[in-house]
Design a protein around this ligand. Structure first.
Ligand code: EPU
Length: 418
């Protein structure tokens, strides 16, 4: 397996790039599919390593998964059995926590190792547990595994102290077969939550209010199979839009839902980026002088924390001082230190970063400290003078399908080495 990505910077990008299905929807849709008692087919599944990791977990549960050439995933849970998910593979990604809700919902029991994922500072799952307990489950932590068990799941009201994406989805999955009605108050409103609720409703669940801060789930007795197309990845789309603002002559980003990117697009306009927004695409024309702006990450529809790192790279090219305030993962600034090594003028402290530009960036040996930091460094590499070498690229492969091919097609010089 390749260990580093190398990028020769300074080549202007042109052409179009097609966005894949949403990673953060996919990683929830796959566990949600096992709640069905029949075959579920998911269209538009991105070719990322997180999907492979989830497929391996499904195989442990005796769920058959077939991947078609075009990426469609056929999930057959008809011979499924509930086993303890206590192997290391669970720790390779955060989203394995969705098996907590899915297995609890289907079998009344789930035993699972602590999920892993990007290191973005503390990432507790207390709100997931609060939800499971509200439905009647006992939760304990034994020999490195969560043991979550309920004699009977009974619908209840759950208030989330923080509008957590993962907790909202996990509680929805745990509640689909529960007796009576569950209401999630202060639910997260991200588009990925609507996508998961849509899949579950196609299977026969009775979920109302997804996309608002109050979601109700009326328990049902049976969930059937269905077909489902994943929504486009708003974070991959946002990354390519930012990348184009930094490095393009003219690039069109296709297969997107612009509404999901409102907060980003409005900031780019404020910076002076030339954008043409159509119903399912955005064209970015480069060459404009960029102005400094301030951003503050927030839950949807606020500025996505997952776009904060790529945006930081763009801010190094803007005239003046920009401030980034991170409210979701206060420690998510490691990439700024890497950007400093490439020539960025930045200060970090108190959950915020200040970036003063424009700065000329230079090729360096840098490290992808997490998935989105990796994307930020790819953008930096595209505009830097000389060759940038990015290591720990397995982070990038967790979330960006066919990155090298997509960038090469736009005219970038990018390759992998061992
Ligand atoms: N939180 C708690 N307790 C909980 C759950 C969350 O305190 O029980 C806190 C978190 O520590 C964080 C905040 O609530 O400060 C929001 O966390 P959330 O639960 O919403 O995040 P998540 O579900 O763990 C998903 C995405 C992340 C994305 C966040 C925020 C997946 C698999 N991950 O994480 O995506 O940053 O929502 O939008 O969907 C990425 O794609 O790079 C990524 C990290």
């Amino acid at each position: 397996m390749s260990k580093v990505i190398k990028i020769e910077g300074g080549h202007k990008l042109n052409g179009s790039v097609r966005i894949d299905g949403s990673k953060n929807a996919t990683v929830a849709l796959i566990p949600a599919a096992i709640l069905a008692n029949e075959i579920v087919t998911i269209y538009g599944v991105p070719r990322i390593s997180d999907v492979q990791a989830l497929t391996d977990i499904l195989n442990e549960l005796d769920v058959t998964v077939t991947r078609a050439e075009n990426g469609d995933l056929v999930i057959d849970p008809t011979k499924m059995r509930n086993v303890d998910l206590d192997k290391e593979n669970v720790t390779s990604l955060r989203a394995s926590y969705y098996f907590m809700g899915a297995l609890l919902g289907k079998y009344g029991k789930s035993v699972i190792k602590m999920p892993g994922g990007c290191d973005l500072g503390p990432r507790p799952i207390d709100l997931h547990i609060k939800g499971f307990e509200a439905l009647g489950a006992d939760v304990s932590y034994e020999h490195g595994n969560y043991v979550i068990e309920a004699k009977e799941l009974i619908g209840n009201s759950v208030y989330l102290d923080i509008a957590s994406v993962g907790a909202t989805i996990n509680i929805m999955m745990a509640a689909v077969y529960a007796t009576g009605k569950t209401t999630i108050h202060n639910a997260a409103k991200e588009p990925e939550i609507i996508d998961v609720a849509t899949l579950l409703n196609k299977m026969g669940a009775n979920i109302r209010g997804a996309g608002t801060n109050e979601i109700s789930i009326e328990g049902v007795d049976y969930l059937a199979g269905c077909n489902h197309e994943i929504i486009p990845d708003r974070i991959e789309a946002g990354t390519y839009i930012i990348l184009a603002a930094a490095a393009a002559e003219e690039v069109t980003i296709e297969n997107i839902i612009p509404l999901h990117l409102d907060s980003l697009l409005s900031k780019l306009v404020e910076m002076g980026v030339d954008l043409e927004v159509k119903i399912d695409s955005v064209t970015v024309r480069g060459g404009k002088e960029l102005k400094a702006v301030d951003i503050k990450t927030n839950t949807y529809p606020g500025f996505a924390t997952d776009l904060q790192s790529p945006f930081a790279t763009l801010l190094t090219q803007a005239e003046g001082t920009s401030t980034i305030v991170e409210t979701i993962y206060k420690e998510r600034f490691e990439v700024v230190s890497e950007l400093q090594r490439m020539g960025a003028n930045a200060k970090i402290g108190n959950g915020q970063a200040e970036i003063t530009g424009p700065s000329e960036l230079f090729g360096e040996n840098v490290k992808a400290t997490d998935l989105r930091a990796g994307a930020a460094l790819v953008i930096a590499g595209l505009i830097a003078e000389g060759v940038t070498e990015i290591r720990d690229i397995y982070h990038i492969d967790r979330g960006y399908a066919n990155l090298d091919t997509k960038l090469t097609n736009l005219g970038a010089k990018i390759w992998r080495e061992d």
